[in-house]
Design a binder for this molecule. Structure first.
Ligand code: RI2
Length: 322
């Protein structure tokens, strides 16, 4: 009863281990996993089918807490689930998931066009982590015939900067890869800081990969504009009613191997040494110049207007709650 499809389980594991990562990519994979659950369900009553879908959604939801694109994607698919029979329910879920993935791609393209307008021919951007939303702005600028170069921050501990560098090099963009600690030194050489987001709060705070807030403070001090590329899927509805965004704490082994730990802390068996590994931080709106979405660019302080329009007074429990 309420069996979670092995494919859903495997997607959930991949999200947790970051085999599947990046807020938009996670959302896309989650929607597709719900479609697979629906497609292969052998539930014999509509109620059993709905219970299965809720179990699958809970499994996906529990993987990572910070990127709101994940619950937003699940909510979208559940929003489209309707029908009186198992067959009708199944079809509606599959259609809703496909529509979600289509809209996500379209939103990213539209966002890229808008973000590209902020980039001038010959500009250099500094990136942090790997964001498909941020890269879509660069891609659109290249399509417009602009020459863009990049200073790419490595982004410890998982070094997603390498993924960014690889993508940019595929597009033939000149890349200077630097360790995170070198960022301030290179800020004088760049025209924009360009990052993505995992969640945007109602006050315009940007929750993104750890290190974004320090970068933004340094960039502001150097007078370099900070542009956040985030489709509306990254807007966090719960923050409209005062909830805060949970910051994921990841395994210390991403920071320090067991051997390294032994070298530092020899005999004390981990007693006196604590390793903390927060995956994200919060950049206050005053350090952000523009949030670029598929619906236009917004000063961070006005993002709440867009959130009200999109989510209304959305209240109450989640569709996957038991
Ligand atoms: P897109 C990533 O988180 C980064 O923080 C990145 O800025 C954000 O997701 C958005 O990525 P992680 O999954 O949706 O690497 O723009 O922890 O691709």
């Amino acid at each position: 009863m309420n069996e979670v499809h092995p494919a859903v389980d495997s997607v959930a594991e991949d999200i947790a281990s970051m085999e599947i990562r990046g807020a938009a990519t996670i959302a896309d994979a989650a929607a597709e996993a719900l479609a697979t659950q629906a497609q292969d369900s052998d539930a014999d009553t509509p109620e059993a089918f709905r219970a299965e879908m809720r179990a699958a959604a809970r499994r996906l939801r529990e993987t990572r807490p910070t990127a709101v694109s994940l619950p937003n994607s699940l909510r979208y698919v559940f929003g489209g689930m309707s029908g009186e029979s198992v067959e009708a329910l199944r079809e509606s879920v599959v259609a809703s998931a496909a529509e979600f993935c289509r809209e996500l791609d379209q939103a990213q393209d539209n966002l890229g066009q808008i973000g590209a307008n902020r980039l001038r021919d010959g500009d250099t951007v500094m990136t942090h982590c790997h964001s498909t939303d941020a890269l879509s702005c660069v891609e659109a600028a290249l399509d417009q015939g602009k020459e863009i170069s990049a200073v790419v921050k490595e982004t410890r501990p998982r070094k997603q900067g390498h993924i960014t560098a690889r993508q940019l090099r595929e597009w033939d963009v000149p890349v200077t890869l630097v360790v995170d600690n070198a960022a301030r030194r290179y800020l004088d050489e760049v025209d924009h800081v360009l990052v993505g987001a995992d969640s945007i709060a109602a006050d315009g705070s940007v929750i993104n990969k750890i290190g974004t807030s320090g970068l933004a403070v340094n960039a502001r001090e150097r007078g370099v504009p900070i542009m956040v590329a985030a489709q509306t899927l990254k807007l966090h509805p719960d923050t409209m009613t005062g909830h805060t965004v949970e910051i994921e704490m990841r395994d210390e082994r991403e920071v320090l191997t067991a051997e390294e730990e032994a070298e530092i802390d020899g005999d004390s068996q981990g007693e006196g040494l604590t390793v903390e590994n927060p995956a994200f931080d919060v950049t206050p709106p005053r350090y952000v110049d523009a949030i670029v979405t598929e619906r236009g660019q917004f000063p961070p302080e006005s993002i709440v207007t867009l959130m009200r329009e999109l989510f209304g007074d959305q209240q109450g429990g989640e569709p996957w709650d038991e």
